[in-house]
Ligand binder design. Structure first.
Ligand code: NAD
Length: 503
C-alpha cells in the first residue's frame, strides 16, 4: 500500500509530456498540439498530452496494418503469442500501486477502488490467454459420408478501441487483451480526460517487447482522433465503450467502411427491493452500487424501487448511510467518494439536482467541506418522492445520485423497471427464490443480479440491451467480435455435381 512519502515520490515521477505510442515508439503528435490534463481534486494542471489528430491516426493505422499483414503476430505459434500476453499481465502486476495512483490522480476515483480495478486489469490479460488456449475452438460437422465441414477463427485485422474515462485502465485492458490474444493488431484511443494510465499501458507493452506496430495508442479528442479512427478504411473493428449518443454517432460514421462495431453504452439500472429481502444486505449493496466509483459507473443501480411496506424504514436507513459516506482526497485510502472527472461533468450532475427540484422531487444532499472547494465534488445525494416519468428517473446522471421510487407488487415493479430506454443491468432483492428468478427473467437488461451486488465472473457475457449496447464481450462471447468465423467444406466422396453444357 502506498505511504504518503511514496505518493510524493510517485507525483515526482509523472511525465511532463505524454506522447503517442506508434509503431513501437513514443512520439509527439504530427501537429505538435497538446491537451492540458487536469486534476479533478484541485483543478490544477497535471501535465500535457500529445493531441493526436487524423494524421496521427493514419500513422498508427498504417503501423497496425503493416504489423497485421506482414508481421509475425497473427501467424506466430499460439504459445509464443500467449507468452507475450502473460508477460503483459506480469508487468502490470509489478506496477499495480503506480497505476492505481495514476488512475486516482487522473480521474478522482478513490485509490482504494482503483486498486481493485487494476488487479482486474492484469487478470483480463491472463483470462484471455487462458480463453484463447482453451476455448477458441471450431466445430466439425459430419454430413453423411460425403462432407466434413469445419469452422476456424481468424483474427479480423486492425481493431480500433475507444474507451471512456470512468474506469480507464480496466476498460482499456478489457478490450486490448482479447483483441491482441486473438491475433489482431490494435489502435487504442483512450479518453482525453484520463490519459495517464493508458500511457502506462503503452510503457508496459513496450517493455513486454511486442513486435512493432501490434499495439498503438493515439491520445486526442473523440470528435477528431476518435472520429478519424472510426472512419479509417483500414480499420475493421470498432469496440467502443461510452455514452449512448456517442455510440450512435460512431455507428453512423463507421457505416461507409462497413465496420463491425461492439457497443457498450450507458445505463439507468433498476434495483428492486421486495419486502421479504434481506434488509441489511440489500442496503449495503444499494449504497455501494450507486456511490462507489463516484457514481460514475455504467452498471450503477441509479433507480431504486422499494416495495411500499419497507419504504420508510429503508429510506431512513439510506439517509443515515448516505450522510456518513466519506468524501475526500482520492489519494487518501479512507476516501469513499472523490471528485467528479471534470467541471463539465460536475455541472451536468449538479444540473440534475435542480431538474429534480423543478420536477417536484425532494433532494437530500450534503455540504462539501471548504477544504475540498477546489475539487469537482457532488455530495452523495438522494432524490425522494420521485416518479418514473421524471428526467431524474429516466436519464443517465452518472454521478453519486440515487433516485428512489416505490411499487406495490411484482407486476408493477417489473413494469416500472422496464419503462426506460436503457437495458444494461438490473438487481433484484427478495428471499422468494421463484420470484427472484421470475423478475430477473422479465427485466429487459443484459445482466441481472439476484440478491447480489455487481460481482462478475469473467467467463460470463458482458453487455446491454435497448439503448445500452449492441453485442456481448467477455468470456468466449468476445470471440464472435474479435475473430472472423470461417467455414470450410471438404468433400470426402464423389457428391453429385451438375454437368451444365456437357453433351
Ligand atoms: P463518451 O461517449 O463521451 O466518450 C467515450 C470515448 O469516445 C472517449 O474516448 C471519447 O474521446 C470518444 N469519442 C467521443 N466522441 C467520439 C466520436 N464522435 N467518434 C469517436 N470517438 C468519440 O463517454 P464518457 O463520458 O467518456 O464515458 C461515460 C459513458 O460511458 C457513460 O454513458 C457510461 O454509462 C458509459 N460506460 C459504459 C460502459 C459499458 O460497459 N456499458 C462502461 C463504462 C462506461
Amino acid at each position: 500500500m502506498i505511504t504518503t512519502n511514496e505518493t510524493v515520490s510517485l507525483k515526482h515521477e509523472i511525465q511532463k509530456n505524454i506522447s503517442l505510442y506508434i509503431n513501437g515508439e513514443f512520439t509527439s503528435s504530427v501537429s505538435g498540439n497538446t491537451i492540458k490534463n487536469m486534476n479533478p481534486f484541485t483543478n490544477e494542471q497535471i501535465n500535457e498530452v500529445a493531441e493526436g489528430q487524423s494524421a496521427d491516426i493514419d500513422k498508427a493505422v498504417a503501423a497496425a496494418r503493416e504489423a497485421f499483414d506482414h508481421g509475425p503476430w497473427k501467424t506466430m505459434k499460439l504459445n509464443e503469442r500467449m507468452a507475450y500476453i502473460y508477460r503483459i499481465a506480469d508487468l502490470i502486476d509489478e506496477e499495480i500501486e503506480k497505476i492505481a495512483f495514476l488512475e486516482a490522480l487522473d480521474t478522482g476515483l478513490p485509490i482504494s477502488q482503483t486498486r481493485n480495478m487494476v488487479s482486474r486489469a492484469s487478470e483480463n490479460f491472463r483470462f484471455y490467454a487462458r480463453m484463447v488456449e482453451s476455448r477458441l475452438v471450431g466445430d466439425a460437422y459430419q454430413v453423411d459420408d460425403e462432407f466434413i465441414n469445419y469452422t476456424i477463427h481468424s483474427p479480423v485485422g486492425v481493431a480500433g478501441l475507444i474507451t471512456p474515462w470512468n474506469a480507464p485502465f480496466m476498460l482499456e485492458t478489457w478490450k486490448v487483451a482479447p483483441a491482441l490474444a486473438t491475433g489482431n493488431t490494435v489502435v487504442l484511443k483512450p479518453a482525453e480526460l484520463s490519459p495517464l494510465s493508458a500511457n502506462l499501458l503503452a510503457e508496459v507493452i513496450h517493455k513486454a517487447d511486442l513486435p512493432k506496430g501490434v499495439f498503438n495508442v493515439v491520445h486526442g479528442y473523440g470528435e477528431i482522433a476518435g472520429d478519424a479512427l472510426v472512419r479509417h478504411p483500414d480499420v475493421q473493428l470498432i469496440s467502443f465503450t461510452g455514452e449512448t449518443k456517442t455510440g450512435s454517432t460512431i455507428i453512423k460514421n463507421s457505416a461507409d467502411t462497413l465496420k463491425s462495431c461492439s457497443m457498450e453504452l450507458g445505463g439507468k439500472s433498476p434495483i428492486i427491493v421486495f419486502e421479504d429481502a434481506d434488509f441489511d444486505r440489500a442496503l449495503d449493496a444499494c449504497v455501494w452500487g450507486i456511490y462507489s466509483f463516484n457514481g460514475e459507473r455504467c452498471t450503477a443501480n441509479s433507480r431504486l424501487f422499494l416495495q411500499e411496506g419497507i419504504k420508510d424504514k429503508f429510506i431512513e436507513a439510506l439517509k443515515i448511510r448516505v450522510a456518513a459516506i466519506k468524501i475526500g482526497d482520492p489519494l487518501d485510502a479512507g476516501t469513499e467518494v472523490g471528485p467528479l472527472i471534470d467541471k463539465g461533468h460536475y455541472n451536468k450532475v449538479k444540473s440534475y439536482l435542480e431538474i429534480a427540484r423543478d420536477e417536484g422531487a425532494e433532494v437530500i444532499t450534503g455540504d462539501i467541506p471548504a477544504e475540498f472547494a477546489r475539487g469537482n465534488f457532488v455530495a452523495p445525494t438522494l432524490i425522494l418522492n420521485a416518479e418514473n416519468h421524471m428526467r431524474v428517473a429516466q436519464e443517465e446522471i452518472f454521478g453519486p445520485v440515487l433516485t428512489v421510487m416505490t411499487f406495490k407488487d411484482e407486476d408493477e415493479a417489473v413494469k416500472l423497471a422496464n419503462d426506460v430506454d436503457y437495458g444494461l443491468a438490473g438487481y433484484v432483492w427478495t428471499n422468494d427464490i421463484k420470484r427472484g428468478h421470475r423478475v430477473a427473467h422479465k427485466i429487459e437488461a443484459g445482466m441481472l443480479w439476484v440478491n447480489a451486488q455487481n460481482v462478475r465472473d469473467l467467463r460470463t457475457p458482458f453487455g446491454g440491451s435497448k439503448y445500452s449496447g449492441i453485442g456481448r464481450e467477455g468470456g468466449h462471447y468476445g470471440f464472435d467480435f474479435y475473430t472472423e468465423l470461417k467455414v470450410i467444406h471438404v468433400s470426402i466422396d464423389e457428391h453429385r455435381i451438375q454437368q451444365f453444357g456437357k453433351k
